[in-house]
Design a protein around this ligand. Structure first.
Ligand code: B16
Ligand code: MG
Length: 214
């Protein structure tokens, strides 16, 4: 039986993926490295340092820890400027009704995000108070595909992993859910998220009745 649903943030509840893309692309271009939307797909769910290193590796570049820190700070500054204008209107359609249904059925709501900016984003979206527990990149050592962030969310909710469903848009995220021993629901393309139990094109297509059948 399902006792909790744990959501990823970027790409599941809102489209911050596009802002991450813009900020990484600007940085990559400044470094003389090409960076496309397709490249950005690989970075979904990947933490900040992992993302920077992925971009540097494209050009066979390696930098000192201090340089890496400076570039991460620069990217984040740009990202913060981009998300500063976010509002409840940026919440994906279908999220509010799904949350309301979960609540009515006594199912807990958790967040498991690889972003250090997760708290600020859910605040801007106006949904911060709806989570029973929020786990983000500030609280974990190992990032997705490691299961740590989903396991932390389950622990915070007080629900055993086998009674949790995880919802993710990234390949690394689906892996993280599976390794946590939870049931994985994908948002996106079945071809890409082929390790998910079920895949829906958008969160709006996901209904509580489907989750209950798992
Ligand atoms: P930050 P999620 C992830 O969030 C994003 O998908 C990923 O593209 C980003 O690099 C990562 O957060 C780190 O974000 O730089 O804000 O700490 O999808 O796990 O909610
Ligand atoms: Mg995501």
């Amino acid at each position: 039986t399902v006792k909790a649903v744990i959501f990823d943030l970027d790409g599941v509840l809102t489209d911050t993926a596009h802002y991450h893309f813009q900020a990484w692309q600007a940085l990559a271009h400044e470094l003389g490295i090409g960076f496309t939307e397709q490249d950005n797909e690989q970075l979904k769910g990947v933490d900040r340092l992992g993302s920077l290193r992925w971009i540097l590796q494209k050009a066979n570049r390696q930098l000192s820890a201090a340089e890496e820190a400076r570039l991460m700070q620069q990217k984040n500054q740009h990202y913060l400027e981009l998300i500063a204008h976010m509002s409840p209107a940026d919440l994906f359609a279908g999220v509010q009704p799904l949350f309301a249904e979960l609540r009515q059925n006594g199912i807990k709501i958790g967040l498991a995000s690889a972003s250090k900016n997760a708290a600020m984003v859910v605040e801007r979206l106006g949904i911060a108070s709806q989570f029973d527990y929020i786990a983000d990149a500030n609280d974990v050592v190992n990032s997705k595909p490691d299961p740590e962030v989903f396991l932390l969310a389950a622990k915070g909710l007080g629900v055993a992993p086998e009674h949790c469903i995880g919802v993710e848009d990234a390949v690394a995220g689906i892996k993280s859910i599976n390794r946590a021993g939870m049931q994985a629901i994908g948002i996106g393309e079945p071809k890409v998220l082929n390790n998910a139990l079920k895949v829906y094109p958008t969160i709006q297509a996901l209904k509580l009745t489907d989750l209950m059948k798992l």
